[in-house]
Design a protein around this ligand. Structure first.
Ligand SMILES: Cc1ncc(C[n+]2csc(CCOP(=O)(O)OP(=O)(O)O)c2C)c(N)n1
Length: 317
């Protein structure tokens, strides 16, 4: 069983992982856009512990925390993000294209495109007679794509073991959710696809765990698809380098003051489920371990230039 203290630990790892990634932007160790999930940790941490290796999880451009929740090796992820040949994909994919076939984890930068892939995994599990489930994590911007509607309808028709987790951080880059969605929530759309829908406070890691765990159990036992909408706020710009002028300073300051890690810490202390020393110890241990991981990843080599054409054409021996 994953305890609240365990979930707190996951959140601290997730935050420190993202902070380590941020270090590679000004130094130009990381090329291209970097999207972090700082502020959204309670969703990934709430999903931890419910999925098996043979369950599939597809994610987005903002994928690091979901990979950690699926159990993907963090060092291999960090090395991939820092473009090293020790990375998950040999340094060829970068941060938006993390793939772990053993754990059936994949990501795509194409908004909404992970949902039909997850529906395919769910359909394959059904055909194999397995009770494996498939999860797609998407943002609120993805719920207005054709891919999402089509995949949800397919999952509803076949009552597939598909769980779509929507991280509703209210903004799709500069577009507010309420200016783009015909419905006030995503969860309320679920009955249109014969799916179960629930909306939870995505800063409340226990509420996320309860909703996600319930959806996984339902899917595994033949109860069909679910949408779990978790409300949250992204603390940083859409990507590193985003001027982020579309959100007022007042809004950003007020929302960043509601930090899911601090909320979880306060709950643990209030309930006497952890002492201040234990909390401080977790924070310190994780910070030190992440610093060491980053230092060691930085010492790895980049893929050699002669490998540049690898994985482009079929290689004939
Ligand atoms: C099909 C497609 N359209 C547009 C884009 C450009 N784009 C990248 S991220 C993004 C917004 C995504 O917002 P959301 O789904 O809410 O996720 P968030 O970034 O808030 O996590 C857009 C429009 C894209 N990558 N793919």
């Amino acid at each position: 069983m994953v305890t609240l203290l365990d979930r707190f630990g996951y959140m601290v790892w997730m935050r420190e992982f993202e902070l380590s990634c941020l270090e590679g932007v000004p130094t130009r160790e990381i090329h291209g856009e970097l999207h972090t999930g700082v502020g959204q940790e309670a969703i990934g941490a709430g999903m931890a512990g419910f999925l098996r290796a043979d369950d599939a999880l597809t994610s987005t451009h903002r994928n690091h925390l979901h990979a950690i929740a699926k159990g993907v090796d963090m060092r291999a992820m960090l090395a991939e993000i820092f473009e090293k040949d020790t990375g998950l994909c040999g340094g060829f994919g970068g941060h938006m294209h993390l793939f772990d076939p053993q754990l059936k984890f994949s990501a795509t930068g194409i908004v909404g495109a992970g949902v039909p892939v997850a529906a395919g995994h769910a359909f394959a599990a059904r055909m194999r007679g397995s009770d494996a489930v498939a999860v797609a994590v998407i943002g609120d911007g993805a719920v207005n794509t054709g891919a999402f509607h089509e995949a949800m309808n397919f999952a509803g028709v076949h009552q597939l073991p598909l769980i779509v987790v929507v991280e509703n951080n209210e903004w799709a880059i500069s577009v507010p959710f309420d200016k783009a969605s015909a419905t006030a929530t995503v969860a309320e759309r679920a009955p249109a696809w014969a799916a179960h829908g629930v909306r939870v406070d995505g800063n409340d890691v226990e509420a996320v765990a309860q909703a996600f765990g319930g959806a996984v159990a339902r899917a595994r036992s033949g109860g069909g698809p679910s949408i779990v909408e978790a409300t949250c706020y992204r603390f940083r710009g859409h990507f590193e380098g985003d001027a982020d002028t579309y959100r007022s300073e007042q809004e950003k300051n007020a929302r960043r003051a509601v930090d899911p890690i601090d909320i979880t810490e306060a709950t643990l202390l209030d309930r006497g489920e952890a002492t201040a020393e234990q909390i401080a110890d977790i924070r310190r241990t994780v910070t030190d371990a992440m610093a060491q991981m980053l230092e060691s990843v930085r010492a790895d080599s980049s893929p050699p230039v002669e490998h540049a054409m690898r994985h482009v054409f079929v290689e004939v021996a």
